[in-house]
Every structure is written in C-alpha cells, then in structure tokens.
Design a protein around this ligand. Structure first.
Ligand code: ATP
Ligand code: MG
Length: 438
C-alpha cells in the first residue's frame, strides 16, 4: 500500500513537518474542490521516489490524493517551501525521482526553486497551479519544469506525468553532486557539428541541438562556438556575451572548470554558451589550446556541443579524435554533396570518428537530385533530414528564441537528434493533458 512519508529526511529544520496517515481508508474521503476522479490502476511507476512541496494544504491534498492512487510508497510531502535555496542541495542528496512544487503560494520563489533543483540534479520537476497563466507557464518551462499540472487535475493527468517521469529516469542513476560546484563525474560527450560548405546550417542546428539537450533531464550542456572569428551562435540565441572562445583559448594554461564557468553565458533555456567574439578579432587557435578547452569543458558538462563551421583544419585536435559523434551538416545541392563525398572519403572511412550526416533544408521533391543520388554521394543514407522551413528559422532569428522550444517539423527532428545523442529511449506515451515536451 502506498504510504506518505511523514517527515523531511533532509535537515530543512524550520519547516512545518507533515504528519499524514498512511493512505488507505483513513484518507479515502477528504473533500476538496481540486479533487477529480482518480485513475484506477498504477502504470508501472511504483518505484518512483517523489517529493511534494505544497504550502497550501487544500491544493497539496488534491495532489497527494492523485499521487496516492498511481504512485508507490516513497512519497514525501512538505507543508512549506525550503526556507532558502541553500537547502536545495540537501533535498537533492535524497535522490528523488520527482519533485512536485506548488506554484501559487509564492510563484517567484517557486520558480527559483524549480531552477535550482533542475540545475543540480536529475529529478523531474513538476509544478502545479490552480490559476495557470501562459506567461508563468513559459517561465516554468525555461526554469526547467517538465510538467505543468493544472488544478483541478483531470483524470489520468497525474498518472501520465509520472509515467513520463519514470521514462526520463537515467538508466543508471548518477550519484548527485556533493555540492552544486562539484557536479561532474566522467567526461561528457563531445558532439561536433561541421558544415560540408559555408551556410549549410551548422549554427542553426548547433544552437537548437544544444538547447534541446539542455532540456533533457540530467544533461548539463555547453555550446562552444569555435567558428572563429565570425561565429554567430550568440546572435542566433539572442545573447551578448562578455567573454568569448578566444578568451578561453588565449589563457588555456590557466583554464580550469572554475575559470571556464566565468567565461560562459547561461541562456534562459539552461544551455551554457561560450560564444565567438562580438567584434572582429583575428586569432589562430593552437591544437593544444583547443584540446585543453575541450578537456576542461567535458569535465564540467554532460554534453559539449561544438559549432566548428565549415572548417576542416582542426582534424588534428580532440574534435576529431575524441568526438562521440561528428554531425556533418550538408544540403542536397550538387556542390554540397560533392564536398560531402570528398570529406567522408577522406576523414570518415575506416576507423574515423563516428559520423552522422544531417541533410539540412531537406525537401521531399528535390529538382534533379533523387534520394538515391544523395545516398550515393554520401556513401551511406543520411541519418537526419531537417526540413526546409524558412519561416520558422526566420522567426527564430527575429525573436532570438530557439525554435526547438516551440513546435515545428524542424524542432521535432532536432529534439529527436538530442534524445538519440543522450541514448535515452523515447517514451511512447500518448499525449493526454499538458506536458511541455510530451
Ligand atoms: N532548415 C532550414 N530551413 C530554412 N532556412 C534555414 C534552415 N537552416 C538554416 N537556414 C538558413 O540558412 C542560413 C544559414 O544558416 P546557418 O547560419 O546556421 O549556417 P552555417 O552553416 O552556420 O553558416 P556559416 O558557414 O556562415 O557559419 C540562415 O540564415 C538560415 O536562415
Ligand atoms: Mg555558422
């Protein structure tokens, strides 16, 4: 039988502790305007460890009742927010899978909580509100919440959210960091995007791919713009960064995790960015400088996404030696395919790095070039086909908002690339009720 744990297991000592009866007959009939009919069976989420933080008793009871019907025994409820964000690491030390937070009691503080929980651990963060508003919903998403539950809860909504949370759990649980600054455990993935020709779409893809990765649970992600000196990832993301990749490369001898962190711009989507310089600054990086930067970055991040533009003079660096995957971005025009063919033959045959070819601006009807021609030129089928959608890309540029945060054919493809890169199986859950990334 499901049981609500009765106390905080962390030392958030000033909070009111909840004393709850085990769920059963004694809890079978609380009346609440937020209560909706409950689902009648568990959907395989029995071993989720769940924390509920709900200062408002009525809303909290509505949520606990819904949880009790579809989750297992490890549910811990709190009747107040942690007094300070400094308490969050202790909460994360408990290894919970799901943390559910009441938004309405103090929306600003709740958002801060969502952000710090999302930044520090792998738990799926959900929020609930009885008066949802679209602005708040977007801010929650940006802060890292994965589910927005609207009270009263529709039947099945809690159940489905927990199924998605269960699917998101890392296959092997990563031990959470001892402190927010000592996050990393093993080297992160190095994911390199390069163009077969200038203008192929590397930057558009790199930015959105990195944002999509950062939105996945437990995927601390850094985007490095190595397309020097003109890289425009910052422009695509609408950010102005004080420091640049050149600052990191120029001082590679003293570069470590703490120094690197000071050079980064934290985008609202969660991705960290090491931008190319905003003004023209001629600079020729050394292979050693690049290797050091990548090494330090991979110690601090789960994913390091690198935009190298259309340059192939960096093949002597860790970019080629150590990449988990190199994404060769091309278009289906004759010059791009010709370049792709030459590059693949030279760099990616027999024993080269893992290659995935991305056809950008793909159209099903390509004048004069058949799918067969493309496969022949690439010497293999393309792994990814990103549709040609000028309107969506243009909107992203005008609004400086990553298109992967919205819904479009391009966004769906890029999100799929990101999920494949993290190795996470896609949860085949039918969408019912609201989910940010359902
Ligand atoms: N899938 C797409 N659909 C429509 N337009 C696209 C798509 N991808 C990229 N574009 C357009 O192509 C232009 C070039 O894209 P982007 O800057 O990402 O290419 P790049 O490979 O980084 O170029 P560069 O070599 O200059 O760095 C962008 O201005 C964008 O408008
Ligand atoms: Mg570019």
């Amino acid at each position: 039988m499901s049981t609500l744990q009765t106390s905080y297991r962390s030392s958030m000592d000033t909070r009111e502790e909840l004393r709850m009866d085990p769920i059963g007959e004694s809890m079978s009939a609380p009346s609440s305007p937020y209560l909706a009919p409950e689902p009648d069976e568990s959907l395989g989420v029995d071993d989720l460890s769940i924390v509920l933080i709900g200062p408002d008793a009525e809303r909290r009871h509505a949520v606990t009742r819904a949880l009790a019907k579809c989750a297992g025994s490890d549910i811990c409820a709190f009747a107040s927010y942690p007094p300070s964000l400094d308490d969050v690491p202790r909460l994360l030390d408990q290894h919970h899978d799901v943390i559910i937070i009441d938004l309405d009691s103090d929306p600003e503080y709740a958002l801060d909580l969502v952000e710090s929980i999302g930044a520090g651990g792998s738990a799926t963060v959900m929020v609930y509100s009885a008066k949802p508003d679209p602005d708040l919903l977007v801010r929650c998403m940006r802060a890292g919440a994965r589910e927005f539950l609207t009270l009263p809860l529709e039947p099945g909504v809690m159940e489905e959210s927990l199924v998605r949370a269960a699917a998101r759990r890392p296959v092997v649980r990563v031990t959470p960091p001892a402190s927010p600054t000592s996050h990393k455990k093993t080297n992160g993935k190095l994911l390199v995007l390069m163009g077969a020709k200038g203008g192929a779409g590397v930057t558009m893809l790199a930015c959105n791919f990195a944002v999509a990765l950062a939105q996945e649970p437990n995927q601390k992600t850094l985007l490095i713009d190595l397309d020097l000196p003109f890289g425009d990832a910052a422009l695509n993301l609408g950010i102005i960064s004080e420091f640049s990749t050149i600052d990191a490369l120029q001082q590679s001898e003293r570069l470590d995790g703490s120094f690197l962190s000071k050079l980064l711009f934290k985008h609202s989507s969660g991705v960290s960015v090491l931008a190319a310089p905003g003004r023209f600054q001629p600079y020729q990086p050394t292979n050693e400088g690049i290797d050091k930067l990548l090494s330090v970055a991979r110690q601090a991040f789960d994913n390091v996404v690198v935009d190298v533009g259309a340059r192939f003079d960096l093949t002597g660096t860790a970019l080629f030696r150590e990449a988990s995957t190199i994404y060769l971005v091309t278009q289906a025009g004759i010059p791009e395919l010709r370049n792709s063919n030459r590059l693949i033959s030279q760099f990616f045959n027999a024993g080269g790095p893992q290659l995935e070819v991305v056809i950008n601006r793909h159209e099903t009807r390509l004048l004069g070039v058949s799918e067969n021609d493309i496969t022949k030129a690439l010497t293999r089928p393309a792994h990814w086909k990103i549709p040609n959608d000028y309107a969506s890309v243009r909107r992203m540029q005008i609004e400086a908002s990553p298109l992967v945060l919205g819904d479009s054919a391009i966004a769906r493809q890029i999100r799929q690339m990101a999920r494949a890169a993290t190795g996470q199986a896609e949860a085949e859950v039918k969408k019912k009720g609201f989910s940010f990334f359902g």
